[in-house]
Design a protein around this ligand. Sequence first.
Ligand code: DLZ
Length: 163
Amino acid sequence: MATVNKNLSEYDKSSLPNAKDFRFGIVVAEWNENITEGLCKGAIEALLENQVPAHQIIRWNVPGSFELIYGSKKMLQTQNVDAVIAIGCVIQGQTKHFDFVCEGVTQGIKDLNVQTDIPVIFCVLTDNTMQQSIDRSGGVHGNKGTEAAIAAIKMAFIRQQAS
Ligand code: DLZ
């Protein structure tokens, strides 16, 4: 039978696992703060809507997206969380810095997922313009923070089932 891939932002809450006993870490980059705050807001609202108590959501800030790797690593090592959401926003500039930061953070978060047992969700926008990021952090294209929170709930459940 064919299955339908739902857009995560149109998720059906009734089909999500019960998240009330999970703990989530959220690591937020301060670069492009106007965007990352919108993403963080979307993530926290989605966790609260899915019965995660506020005291089971631990938020840390880091300077930029590159520091999401270390921040996520320390979060999962010290806070007894079931999943981490790494939130950042890298916007194309005049130099190659964009490529290096994007490459570094993508590989770093991937490495954490390979090397540790706690899922780390990649919620890093890598856009050409600020408007594209605005559109995806609570604008016309939804909120990728919300999608990341739903992914975190699903991955925490998969980890629990597979333990
Ligand atoms: C340096 C830098 C630049 C140019 N652009 C961004 C960006 O668009 N988004 C972001 O999150 N961080 C940026 N950074 C900062 C780096 O992520 C990092 O904080 C510094 O290189 C210090 O390690």
